[in-house]
Design a protein around this ligand. Structure first.
Ligand code: CA
Ligand code: CA
Ligand code: CA
Ligand code: CA
Length: 410
């Protein structure tokens, strides 16, 4: 996976490893619910890809899943069942809707990559689509710094500003270049229809104020509905675009239907004004409430402890798996409350943006106390457990239990 920030993709692509450069995030998750972990890959200047695990090999099912046409600047991805139907949905981070860029299927934002000035060296040209034709995004001085001929052909700023991209670079040149485009810049949720397909649902408007990077889905208020916290901003754009700093991170409370309520920073206490990047979830103080740790480029590491919500009870579940996968990465855990409400989570090896959360499943009991936990272990075996009192519980793989180790369930 690329360690490069997305800002580098525009300013300094030099032709070695374009593919690497455009990979934003990767997540192993069982998208189709057949028990085998599938691979979701987010691409900048491409779609979210779904590679379905066929048992030993993977098949690219992005087209069938309805993902292939939705190209974006996808930075990050994490899984969570946001509508409580047991199928894992995916939150995907994008540029947001608060920049000089705009995109739609009719008028995508584009890049051309190729030898634009006959120098033999490849260049990257950004273009925005208009009804009249493609326009250059970068200004005359920036373009001519890279390709001096631009200044000679367009002696004044007015000349350059009046030109279409096809006036600046010939049709032939553009035709020979590799092109990439994005038609969607909003961050959003890919709602899993349970049959290997996804419906698109953009996040609330406030979450589009800045690019989204690290994301963790968890039940932060313990009400039984999965919530989403994400960190934002990008300070690594080229100087002409400047800082994308419109966000302070955002906590979105799920309502159980796949919609979210935006929490005000004064309510959540979560204010991250810097260049937010990595985000990991875990329970730092073992009180059962999910906490977060995050990184900011050129800024301090920050940790936020969750005080929880009075009246609601959390439940943190850890798994003890087989040797070779002791944290049971890939397991799926479902909590069934006595009031009929259920909540499903998975354990991931890495998610969000270059981050790995602790292998803990967080549930919200609300005011309910009786609970049944069903585990589908990575090897396909299943177990049921009655959760005891207290906010923390460790469940042991049935084969380990049978071997005489501590028994965590019934
Ligand atoms: Ca699968
Ligand atoms: Ca779902
Ligand atoms: Ca919640
Ligand atoms: Ca905690």
């Amino acid at each position: 996976m690329s360690q490069l920030g997305p800002g580098l993709a525009w300013s300094d692509a030099d032709g070695d490893g374009l593919d690497d450069l455009f990979v934003g995030g990767a997540l192993f998750s069982d998208a189709d619910g057949d028990g085998r972990p599938d691979l979701l890959l987010t691409l900048e200047w491409g779609p979210v890809h779904l590679f379905t695990n066929l048992g030993g090999s993977f098949a690219d099912h992005s087209q069938q899943a309805g993902l292939a046409e939705r190209t974006g600047w996808w930075n990050s991805i994490t899984g969570g069942d946001f509508n409580g139907d047991g199928a894992i949905d995916y939150a995907v981070g994008n540029l947001g809707l608060n920049s000089k860029y705009s995109a739609s299927p009719e008028l995508p934002t584009k890049i051309y990559y190729g030898d634009m000035d006959g120098s033999g060296e490849p260049h990257l040209i950004e273009a925005s689509s208009t009804a009249e034709g493609p326009l250059p995004v970068r200004c005359r001085s920036c373009a001519s710094l890279a390709m001096p001929f631009v200044k000679e052909r367009f002696p004044t700023y007015h000349d350059y500003a009046s030109a279409l991209l096809t006036d600046i670079y010939s049709d032939d040149t553009l035709g020979q270049a590799q092109t990439f485009e994005a038609v969607e810049l909003a961050s959003g949720i890919l709602m899993n229809n349970g049959e290997g397909g996804f419906d698109w649902r953009p996040l609330p408007r406030l979450a589009q104020a800045s690019p989204a990077y690290g994301m963790v889905a968890s039940d932060y208020n313990g009400d039984g509905h999965t919530d989403l916290y994400l960190v934002q901003n990008s300070f690594s754009r080229e100087p002409e675009t400047g800082l994308l700093d419109g966000g302070v991170s955002i906590l979105l409370f799920g309502d159980g239907s796949g919609e979210f309520r935006v929490s005000d920073p004064s309510e959540s206490g979560l204010i991250v004004p810097g260049d937010g990047k990595g985000l990991a979830g875990g329970d730092l103080n073992r009180d059962g409430w999910p906490d977060v740790v995050l990184t900011q480029n050129n800024g301090p590491l920050a940790a936020f402890g969750n005080h929880g919500v009075a009246g609601n009870s959390p439940l943190a579940v850890r798994l003890k798996g087989l040797a070779g996968n002791p944290a049971a990465v890939g397991a799926r855990v479902t909590l069934e409350r006595s009031d009929g409400h259920s909540q499903t989570t998975e354990i991931y090896a890495g998610s969000g943006y270059l981050s790995q959360s602790s292998p803990t499943c967080f549930f919200g009991l609300g005011t309910d106390q009786a609970k049944l936990l069903r585990v589908r272990w990575p090897d396909g075996s299943e177990s049921q457990h009655l959760a005891g009192p207290g906010p923390n519980i460790t469940l042991t793989h049935p084969a380990v239990s049978r071997a005489g180790h501590s028994v965590g369930g019934m």
